[in-house]
Write a new protein. Structure first.
Length: 315
């Protein structure tokens, strides 16, 4: 049997597990909810990992051959931000592997951004900027040093992310209710988005059990629509988001001292992939400082970069 690779992309909203052969051909794929233990706890993370991997095994048909060994696995997981996180995550990943009765001789567990970046750039200098529900910049100098900026979560960080944009929009609409800001089309679009009648209803929703980070993040589309209709409040929010993301980039580029080098910048996440206004502003900002940067907007799912990461290690 060809050597097998297990690649796992575990984030705050979903977990994807893929089993491939030695050439990267996908044999099976599984999906589950969040495996970020900071979001769902260790038990929830183990459950998501085992469910997604089991689905991948079932789809591959390998379970019918009583598979007990996978040669290599790359677990690229969100929530590995400190040394304590690293110890915690390694513990529950091994627990998930044991529950599946699998033997994995080469088990790689690392931050999801690091895996995705190395899957694209291999050992060359590169930067990954993610702006989806959250935001983070991750850089590699090509000599073994990795640095990050941002990624501190929606409670205290994630500047420039979809959640941040949505939260700023809600703040502005509440100021409109006070009279601190002039009422604009943004308020109407947000009320229409939630299918509610008044700004007071919006306030009630914010402090209800229905409030979710994903729902706030989805307001990015309403903010963009308002900007396209000439709303200055929305334009200011999106300009600030682009500025925050640009600052994340410049920070990691300066810390890795690659500003004068040739390097790839990979833009990933819904905000950067789907909002051209923000994407172009970020690109302009970085090219003013790093003339040799090559900007690449990610078109593949992160799991494919993680597969590349695993295959490169195999080689």
């Amino acid at each position: 049997m060809s050597k097998l690779l297990l690649a796992v992309d575990g984030g705050a909203t979903k977990t994807i597990a893929v089993i491939t052969d030695a050439k990267g051909a996908i044999l099976g794929r599984g999906k589950a909810g969040s495996s970020n233990y900071q979001v769902v706890g260790e038990l929830g993370a183990v459950q998501a990992l085992t469910k997604s991997i089991q689905e991948a095994l079932d789809e591959s048909g390998l379970n019918e051959k009583s598979l007990t060994r996978i040669d290599k696995a790359v677990f690229a997981l969100a929530g590995i931000d400190t040394s304590m996180d690293e110890r915690t995550v390694k513990g529950f990943v091994r627990k998930a592997v044991q529950q599946l009765s699998l033997t994995i001789p080469e088990l790689i567990i690392e931050n999801d951004c690091q895996s995705a970046l190395l899957g694209v750039t291999q050992d060359k200098p590169g930067v990954l900027l993610i702006a989806g529900t959250g935001s983070i910049a991750f850089a590699h100098d090509g000599r073994g040093t990795f640095v990050r900026a941002g990624g501190w979560g929606h409670r205290v960080g994630d500047e420039g992310s979809g959640y941040w944009i949505g939260k700023e929009a809600i703040r502005s609409v509440l100021k409109m209710l006070d009279g601190r800001e002039k009422n604009t089309i943004l308020a109407r679009l947000i009320l229409e988005h939630f299918q509610i009648a008044s700004i007071e209803d919006l306030y009630n929703w914010v402090y209800s059990v229905e409030y979710t980070v994903d729902d706030v993040s989805a307001l990015t589309q309403s903010v963009e629509k308002a900007r396209e209709l000439g709303d200055e409040v929305s334009k200011s929010i999106l300009d600030s988001a682009a500025e925050e993301l640009g600052q994340l980039l410049l920070t990691v580029i300066q810390k890795t001292d690659i500003v004068n080098d040739e390097f790839d910048l990979i833009l990933q996440g819904g905000v950067l992939q789907h909002n051209q206004y923000i994407r172009e502003k970020v690109k302009l900002r970085i090219k003013e400082q790093a003339e040799q940067v090559k900007v690449v907007t990610a078109k593949e799912e992160p799991i494919f970069y993680i597969i590349n990461r695993g295959l490169a290690i195999t080689e």
